[in-house]
Every structure is written in structure tokens, then in C-alpha cells.
Design a protein around this ligand. Structure first.
Ligand code: ZL4
Ligand code: CA
Ligand code: ZN
Length: 380
């Protein structure tokens, strides 16, 4: 049902546990784990599951979470429930940043260990050199901190994966194309020169999480090993792709990572419920294709994305890209929930007609120049 693009195909593994899609943050909460089920159905209806190594993933263990998170916080996460949360000592929920963004829901701890287990399984395949590219669309929860959840993220599966990869890889590049700043990952590796963190995001000092200015470049040994690309509303396909390539290319050539972790948050698409960018699915995918073209091992994770039908379209399209196959535009007939993809039934409907592009040519050029200056420091 699809054409292969090239003779060489990387060994791709796909890590998923369908259980992860059955958890609920709350009826009106924008984060819908159900989007992961929709993605999995679309991936398999395109036949992609036949050309990848598929793994039904395990749950992460408590000890694995403790490699980054504090014991107090993990004890709290594993014991708290909607039934006992009102009986905790005063201030406990506030202390752990529990609220509208990060609510206590039924079996919360099991949810966190499931998406984290999938990232750690994917990481293990890369470490054992049994995959060139390992995918976990249920991961990518980049805001979680050592002591607390933040922005819909409870456990930082990315930080935990990178900590494991660092045992075998001297230099890891982290690239985050979620609409939001990858603050949790940046913070965890802010003082090391072995992990370079790069995030593209909406930034005005107010927009969540409030960090990600160009001036945040790392400190101590990690100085110049963090880079932020703050953008205004409405950025379009060409501006984003050009900026992305003109930063990522010299960065890879200079930093020379031995592995790349890419967070592919889908809230940078146009028409996202929480979004303000104008990206089409093909443009987002072009950034993944470009990173892949360097031929380095990759851990690919999901992240944000609040219009479930477009999240599943995007991650299916990107699963195709990572397997070097071009998927036909028409959504296959045999898929459950096919109605979600109407009336166009296209894998990449037009999403770019919504917001005015507030990123002037001059602004983008200034950002590019300042980013390239930062990258030049790496040569020492
Ligand atoms: C909601 O409707 O900007 C949560 C969150 C819950 C349901 C019922 C409660 C209604 C939008 C968001 C009141 C909600 C008030 N419900 C939420 C400063 C804020 C304090 C909380 O993609 N209010 C906080 C987090 C961001 C803030 C974005 C992105 C994650 C990721 C990786 C995290 N928090 C203002 C908002 C709703 C809700 C509606 C919401 N929260 C939108 N943006 C935020 O980077 C996965
Ligand atoms: Ca980002
Ligand atoms: Zn986001």
C-alpha cells in the first residue's frame, strides 16, 4: 500500500502499550491519551506495523523513576488517588503542583510508568544496537521536574531515557519541536556538555512555561550547550523549515552527537486546540526527515498535541518518514474511528489558514544569526 523511497531502510522499532490510551486527565482537560489509540490504529491501517519491529511495552519500575525524580515525589505519585487526595496534610497538593494542569486522576501512577516504560524500552533497543530508530509516541513529556509535575507531565521520560543513553553515548543532541519550551529536559542537563538541548517554541515571557529565551544557553560546563528558538504566533511552513535546517545542520556538524532524541509535539501544527503556529503536517514531518537524513541513531517521542485527529495524522505520517515510505494521502478504508478524519479523509489536510504570521523576516533573521553565534562557541 506504499512506496519505499530508497534502497536503504533503517531498522525501526515501535514501542506501544495500548493500555496507556485508556487513562483520563478529566473530561474537559485538553490532554487526551485516546489520541495514542487513534495514532496506533492509523499506523497499522497503513500497514506500517508490518515493516517495523513492534513491541508491547512494560511499565517502568520505581527504581527507574528514581534515577531522576526525588523519592518524596515518587512516593507521593504512587500513593495519591482521587479518593485519598483530600485527606493529605494541608499544602501537600500545592507543594507538588497538583491542580488543573496536572490533576490527580484514577491510576495516575500506572499511566506514568506505562509511558515511561515505553521510552525506556525504546532506549534499550538503541543501546543494544538492535534498532537505528526507536519510536514511542506516548512519551515526550518534557516539562516534568525532579520534584514535581508540570504542564500535563508527571514523570520526565525523556530525561530518564537520556540518563540511560549517557552510559553508552558520549554526546546526545535533544531536539524539541513541541509548541512549548522543553524546560524540564533543558534544566536537567543545563550544566553538562554531553547533552545539547535545542527547543523551538512560542515565547513571549508569559506563554507556558515562561522560559526559553535566547539568553538561556546553559551554565558551567554546559555553557553554550543549550539553545532556544523563541517564536511568535503564526509561523508558517517555509519560515519554520528554513530556520530549523539552518540551525540543526551546523549544530550537528559542530557538536557531532552520537545519537539524537527528537520530541515531536504535535501542538506546533495549525488548528491545534492549544496552538498558535501555522504548520502543516508535511512541514513538521520535513523537520523529522531532515534530522533522520544525518543517519544517526534516533529516539523519537511524541509530546503535546490537542486536536487528536491531527495528532494521529502527524505521527502516522512521521512513522512513514522514519521508515522511508511515502504514505498515500487517502486515509485507508479499514480503520476504526474513520469518521474522525472526515470530511476530507486526507492524511495531510490544509492546516495553515488560521493565524497571521507575526514573525517578520527581520525577526527570524535576527534569531538565526544569534543561534549561529551560539553554535560557533562549540568549536572552542
Ligand atoms: C486545562 O479546560 O498556562 C486543564 C489546561 C483543565 C478543564 C477544567 C479546568 C478549567 C487549558 C489548559 C480551568 C483551566 C485553567 N481543563 C488552566 C498557567 C495556567 C494555570 C492553569 O504540550 N490554567 C498555566 C500548560 C498550560 C498554563 C501547557 C503543555 C504540555 C506540552 C507537553 C502544557 N498551563 C493557565 C491555565 C481545561 C484546561 C484548558 C492549559 N494549560 C492550556 N495551557 C496550559 O508541552 C505535553
Ligand atoms: Ca519546543
Ligand atoms: Zn506542548
Amino acid at each position: 500500500s506504499f512506496e519505499f523511497n530508497s534502497a536503504y531502510s533503517p531498522r525501526v522499532s515501535y514501542h506501544f502499550n495500548p493500555k496507556v490510551s485508556h487513562y483520563h486527565y478529566g473530561v474537559k482537560h485538553p490532554m487526551k491519551p485516546f489520541r495514542l489509540m487513534l495514532t496506533d490504529h492509523l499506523v497499522s491501517s497503513y500497514g506500517l506495523h508490518k515493516i517495523m519491529d513492534l513491541y508491547e511495552t512494560r511499565s517502568a519500575t520505581r527504581d527507574e523513576l528514581l534515577e531522576f525524580h526525588s523519592e518524596d515525589y515518587i512516593n507521593f505519585l504512587s500513593k495519591v488517588s482521587p479518593d485519598n487526595s483530600n485527606k493529605l496534610p494541608r499544602g501537600t497538593l500545592e507543594n507538588f503542583n497538583i491542580g488543573d494542569d496536572c490533576p490527580i486522576f484514577q491510576n495516575l501512577y500506572d499511566y506514568t510508568t506505562l509511558y515511561t516504560g515505553a521510552s525506556l524500552d525504546a532506549t534499550r533497543k538503541l543501546i543494544n544496537n538492535q534498532s537505528d530508530i526507536a519510536i514511542n509516541w506516548s512519551g515526550g513529556l518534557h516539562h516534568a521536574k525532579k520534584n514535581s509535575p508540570s504542564g500535563f507531565c508527571y514523570v520526565n521520560d525523556i530525561v530518564l531515557s537520556i540518563l540511560n543513553l549517557l552510559r553508552y553515548h558520549p554526546r546526545i543532541l535533544y531536539i524539541d519541536i513541541d509548541l512549548h519550551h522543553g524546560d524540564g529536559v533543558q534544566e536537567a542537563f543545563y550544566t553538562t556538555d554531553r547533552v545539547f538541548t535545542l527547543s523551538f517554541h512560542k515565547y513571549n515571557g508569559e506563554f507556558f512555561p515562561g522560559t526559553g529565551d535566547l539568553t538561556e544557553i546553559g551554565c558551567d560546563k554546559g555553557k553554550h550547550f543549550a539553545l532556544n528558538v523563541p517564536l511568535e504566533d503564526g509561523i508558517d511552513d517555509d519560515s519554520y523549515i528554513n530556520l530549523f535546517k539552518s540551525i540543526v545542520d551546523p549544530l550537528i556538524m559542530t557538536f557531532k552527537p552520537t545519537l539524537i532524541v527528537q520530541q515531536c509535539g504535535a501542538d506546533s501544527l495549525g488548528h491545534d486546540r492549544l496552538g498558535c503556529f501555522n504548520l502543516n503536517i508535511k512541514a513538521h514531518g520535513e523537520c523529522v526527515k531532515f534530522v533522520k537524513s544525518f543517519g544517526l541513531p534516533m529516539l523519537v517521542v511524541g509530546g503535546g498535541g490537542y486536536t487528536p485527529r491531527n495528532v494521529s495524522r502527524l505521527w502516522t505520517y512521521e512513522t512513514g518518514i522514519l521508515n522511508d515510505v511515502l504514505l498515500p494521502e487517502d486515509i485507508p478504508e479499514n480503520i476504526p474511528f474513520r469518521d474522525s478524519f472526515g470530511p476530507d479523509y486526507s492524511l495531510y489536510p490544509v492546516l495553515d489558514d488560521l493565524y497571521e504570521n507575526k514573525n517578520s523576516k527581520k525577526l527570524l533573521e535576527d534569531i538565526r544569526i544569534r543561534c549561529l553565534e551560539n553554535i560557533r562557541y562549540l568549536q572552542g
